[in-house]
Write a protein that binds this ligand. Structure first.
Ligand code: FPP
Length: 242
């Protein structure tokens, strides 16, 4: 498969909306949590492949701000999966020189998840390979709200004036200001929406949607998305290339 990607543009930053775990489980006659379990296993496969391909950053939408509205047993199951993942994937993360990070209202997560997040981030902080970022308790609108609150405080405290607030100032207050905007946004599960994911950052991202459920999303699907990305003419609002 490496051969098939030779000469193609590999996106610096890929963001994925991993949707369809529930439907996948239902289609197999299984409970929703087994769908999430299978989804978590796939996170390992796709992360490994992105790292191997030389992707700079992979951001995965693992738990949205809206997901708190799901039934308590599903939330608890997802939190347990996350904590287990963070412990069991450390070796894989270190072996692949991946730097782990997370964005979102992380303080809202259960303490054990926060602890494992901090430990995985700390342990991998010196790695120089791909950045793996999990979006957790994350919402694009609340990220902008949190940024605006910080800027309002800066104005109140006299650190900046309202006319100094521009796009760069807002971007500096996002959860991970150093992260480049995603080049490619992949959504599995077939829905044609962005579901409050990285709203500020995806302004010029290329979007690729597949009906394939996340647990069935393979390296081949990833390669297909990258091939399609490579064919796209990115003009960023200009007429370049026309
Ligand atoms: C959407 O499926 C997916 C989620 C709500 C969370 C994604 C979680 C995982 C892939 C597993 C845990 C992640 C890690 C990193 C351990 P859905 O339930 O909305 O599917 P549906 O639309 O078919 O119901």
């Amino acid at each position: 498969m490496t051969v098939a990607l030779t000469g193609l543009k590999i996106p610096v930053h890929i963001a994925i909306i991993m949707d369809g775990n529930g439907r996948w489980a239902k289609e197999q006659g299984l409970g929703r949590l087994l769908g999430h379990e299978s989804g978590a296993e796939n996170v390992r496969e796709i992360t490994r492949e992105c790292s191997r391909l030389g992707v700079g950053r992979l951001t995965l939408y693992a738990f949205s701000a809206e997901n708190w509205k799901r039934p308590a047993p599903e939330i608890q199951g997802l939190m347990k999966l996350l904590a287990d993942y963070l412990v069991h994937e450390r070796k894989e993360i270190m072996d692949n020189n991946i730097r782990f990070t997370a964005i979102g209202r992380l303080h809202e997560l259960p303490e054990d998840v926060q602890k494992e997040l901090a430990e995985t981030s700390r342990m991998s902080a010196g790695n120089s390979g791909m950045v793996l970022c999990l979006a957790l308790a994350y919402g694009g609108r609340v990220e902008i709200v949190d940024a605006v609150r910080r800027l309002a405080q800066d104005v109140k405290d006299g650190r900046c004036s309202p006319d100094q607030i521009d796009e760069k100032a807002i971007a500096r207050c996002l959860y991970d200001p150093a992260a480049p905007d995603p080049d490619l946004l992949i959504r599995t599960g077939g829905d044609l929406r962005v579901s409050n994911f990285l709203l500020w950052q995806i302004s010029y991202s290329e979007i690729w949607v597949t009906p394939v459920r996340w647990p069935d999303f393979t390296k081949d699907h990833l390669h297909e998305a990258i091939r399609e990305f490579s064919r796209r003419d990115r003009r960023f609002g200009t007429i370049q290339g026309l």
